[in-house]
Write a protein that binds this ligand. Structure first.
Ligand SMILES: *Cc1c(COP(=O)(O)O)cnc(C)c1O
Length: 369
């Protein structure tokens, strides 16, 4: 049996009958940029998140770039984020000319540690980019109260957490502004690149509407009120996302059920299982366990046809791209330890009970020395 980390073909087999007529209609209408599906998806996704605005963008990374710039962050400013994430969480800060300042994570939930955020605040700090990593919500109550106390903006990186909740509220509607990715493998994925900025603040929404479309305000054609970018969610992707959004909650429930089954099957094994943030409802974009001899375990799994991943093997402060920050090894020991031990096991809604049993059985055998 060969089991992939993510199986987008299985998802499409289940969706084909629903998807094909929708794609055909977009092709017939031939309104490919800023068409009716983009508008409808933006409304539906904002409602889904419980926020006032959702603005489609060309990628999740662009959504982050626009969010940071809409907040007016620029050279000389500092923004706090986690070193244990995908590089886009920090790229958006650097591209605005500001400096990413990292704070180490909680070893159990992998979220940024609120106590370490406070220690990293200086008079230059403007915002916190919070990442709901692996689909597990960060402790937003503590983070929001720190932000309020110090007058900082909060950007939620929800690229892995579509539909996750914290104390019943969807992520994406808790901070000042949130960014989603619709990269194909994400919990809500397009058939290409795509992203969205979600916010309740009309000032930020207006700014992002202009930024994504050459500095044009909605409705403007020949007038550019500022210099902007060209990064719009396209009509075909919006049509795909509208179909998929209707399935998102069921898919997330399936991911939670798979997590439960993995946890039962791995009980008592020498494996650290993921821990949900207290008050959070995770959507398990990734199912990440920890094993001491990770690379060896991973190659044994691979030899048996089980595809795994590592999210992430090299923390941001040790990336060549961030050598210029001059942050050395051992600065963020919790992140660095995690990088050596984390292992992402197959996780996608269409995963079967038999596949999960097979992964668990082979994992148990691979860690027994
Ligand atoms: C995927 C991802 C992004 C970037 O999204 P793209 O759509 O690929 O640009 C940002 N942050 C995190 C945590 C991600 O996982």
């Amino acid at each position: 049996m060969s089991i992939p980390l993510v199986d987008l073909k299985a998802q499409y087999r289940g969706l084909r009958a629903e998807m094909e007529p929708v794609l055909a209609e977009v092709l017939d209408q031939a309104h490919f940029i800023m068409g009716p599906n983009v508008k409808a998806f933006e409304q539906e996704f904002a409602a889904y998140c419980g926020a006032r605005y959702a603005i489609g963008t060309g990628s999740g990374t662009d959504a982050l770039i626009f969010a940071i710039q809409a907040l007016g962050i620029s050279a000389g400013d500092e923004v706090i984020t986690t070193p244990h994430t995908f590089i886009a969480s920090a790229e958006c800060i650097s591209l605005a000319g500001a400096t990413p300042v990292f704070a180490d994570i909680d070893p159990h939930t992998y979220a940024i540690d609120p106590d370490l955020i406070e220690a990293a605040i200086t008079e230059r700090t403007r915002a916190i980019v919070v990442v709901h990593l692996y689909g597990n919500p960060a402790p937003m109550d503590k983070i929001m109260s720190i932000a309020k106390k110090h007058g900082l903006a909060v950007v939620e990186d929800c690229a892995q957490a579509h539909g996750a909740r914290f104390h019943g509220q969807r992520v994406g509607a808790i901070g000042d502004v949130a960014c989603f990715s619709f990269y194909p493998g994400k919990n809500l994925g397009a058939y290409g690149d795509g992203g969205a900025v979600v916010t309740n603040r009309s000032d930020l929404a207006d700014s992002v509407y202009r930024m994504r479309n050459h500095g044009r305000a909605p409705g403007a054609k020949y007038e550019h009120s500022e210099v902007g970018y060209c990064s719009r969610l396209d009509e075909l992707q919006a049509a795909v996302l509208r179909v998929k959004l209707r399935h998102l909650d069921a898919w997330n429930q399936a991911r939670r059920a798979h997590t439960q089954q993995y946890a039962e099957l791995l009980q008592g094994a020498d494996v650290v299982l993921p821990l949900e943030t207290p008050g959070g409802e995770a959507v398990y974009h990734l199912f990440v366990v920890r094993v001491p001899n990770r690379d060896e375990v991973m190659s044994k799994l691979k030899a048996e046809g089980i595809e795994c991943g590592v999210h992430y093997p090299l923390p941001l402060h040790l990336q060549p791209a961030y050598r210029g920050l001059g942050i050395g090894e051992t600065t963020f020991p919790i992140t660095e330890a995690a990088c050596h031990e984390v292992l992402s096991l197959p996780m996608f809604p269409e995963l079967t009970g038999d596949q999960i049993s097979e992964v668990a059985r082979i994992l148990r055998r691979s860690i027994a020395r």
